[in-house]
Design a protein around this ligand. Structure first.
Ligand code: MG
Length: 160
């Protein structure tokens, strides 16, 4: 049993459930699906949500509706969120002052401008390699992700 699990769940009933689950590791996905559906029948709003997840469900509604909404996010938004996660993994939480953010966002916007310019103008094959759909899209995603990171930093610095 993991140390975290044994710390959080240490009653006899907890140990009984953990033993049951540990003996059925091969069917975790099925168990989660069935338990989630059963819980949903009992409590449509709070289905299978605990901790930070519950606040999202309270704010935005039914768990399954939320999952459906997430599944239908456009590929553009999904790519921006993936880029945000990549940035955090690479740099950690960024808490710069707004002026520093202007430099970071400006650099990314400049890279987007370059990708657009090298698509629009013909500056030779080496420059052209920096343009095109893929490069424009990649840089646009990075601009959007940095803008979101800036918003998050603003909220931490000035928000309630
Ligand atoms: Mg860039």
């Amino acid at each position: 049993m993991s140390k975290l699990v044994s710390t959080l769940y240490n009653t006899d009933a907890d140990r009984e459930v953990i033993l049951f689950a540990e003996q059925r590791k091969y069917m975790y996905g099925r168990m989660m699906g069935i338990i989630s559906k059963l819980w949903h029948e009992k409590d449509p709003v709070g289905a299978f949500t605990v901790g930070p997840c519950y606040a999202q469900v309270e704010a935005y509604g039914n768990y399954f509706d939320l999952v459906d909404k997430l599944a239908h996010l456009s590929s553009a938004i999904q790519d921006v969120l993936t880029e945000r996660a990549r940035q955090d993994a690479k740099w950690g939480q960024q808490d710069h002052e707004p002026m520093a953010w202007m430099g970071i966002l400006g650099e990314e916007f400049g890279e987007l401008c370059e990708a657009v310019n090298e698509t629009y103008f013909n500056n030779g094959p080496e420059a052209r390699a920096k343009g095109g759909y893929e490069n424009m899209r990649t840089e646009a995603v990075q601009v959007a992700a940095v803008a979101i990171s800036f918003i998050e930093a603003l909220d931490r610095r000035y928000g309630e």
